[in-house]
Design a protein around this ligand. Structure first.
Ligand code: SAH
Length: 223
């Protein structure tokens, strides 16, 4: 990767990126900081060259190992939800994938933790974080269905893979008033939920945001 890769893929890409931001705004994304970070972060570097010309379309795209880079609208929505109730110091992401969502988060919150169960994806994502100079992301090859107890509690948790039911461990690892943004349900038809711990109690309030399609949250790690 050279410096051109980080700045854009030619004159057209700036316009294409601007169109994407416009589209996100039309769809209701209003957090200016979120929009600015999405505008500035090159998405094409997270994709294989054969697909990089489609990087600024508002669509999920394959990243290998039957996984996908999330649709920009969904990344924007989940990030906006996570930041909707005040500052989040420390955030855990379950499902690093290519690293795009983590790279967005790293520019909006001080400390990002992210876990991925497919080793080669994590290795590639770490390379992207290095190239982008993002030093506030701590990552691990592990099963995020059980969260990441070592650094818990978290002010926010984002899951970019969908479990059938919300894992108890993720709820337990939320700090007081912590927020969990997570797709829940069977493959191909899930609801995106925003769950907040009530103070430091073991009570949680839950809101269903919209219907979504995510890859499933699987247990255990792969090589
Ligand atoms: N966050 C990514 C989206 C990746 S898709 C982005 O920004 O585009 C979801 C990812 O979750 C996949 O890479 C998948 O391997 C991973 N995943 C699924 N179950 C997991 C688990 N139990 N622990 C960690 N990662 C998991």
């Amino acid at each position: 990767m050279n410096s051109t890769d980080l700045t854009g893929i030619g004159m057209t890409s700036q316009r294409t990126r601007e169109r994407l931001i416009q589209r996100l705004q039309e769809q209701g994304i209003s957090n200016q900081k979120v929009l600015d970070v999405i505008r500035m972060l090159p998405r094409h570097i997270f994709l294989d060259e054969a697909l990089s010309h489609r990087a600024y379309e508002d669509t999920a795209l394959p990243i290998g190992f039957s996984q996908t880079i999330s649709q920009p609208y969904i990344v924007a929505l989940m990030t906006e939800l996570l930041l909707s109730r005040g500052v989040r110091e420390k955030v855990l992401e379950v499902g690093t994938g290519c690293g795009y969502q983590a790279a967005i988060l790293a520019q909006l919150v001080p400390h990002v933790y992210t876990v991925e169960r497919i080793k080669p994806l994590l290795v590639k994502a770490r390379e992207k974080f290095r190239r982008l100079g993002l030093r506030n992301i701590v990552s691990a090859h592990s099963d995020g269905a059980v969260g990441w107890a070592q650094y818990a509690p978290y002010d926010g948790i984002i899951s970019t893979a969908a479990p059938a039911r919300v894992p108890e461990e993720l709820l337990q690892q939320l700090a007081p008033d912590g927020l969990l943004v997570i797709p829940v349900g069977p493959e191909g038809d899930q609801e995106l939920r925003l769950i907040q711990r009530v103070g430091d109690s073991s009570k949680f309030v839950e809101e269903v945001i919209t219907r979504v399609r995510f890859v499933p949250l699987l247990s255990g790690v792969a090589r």
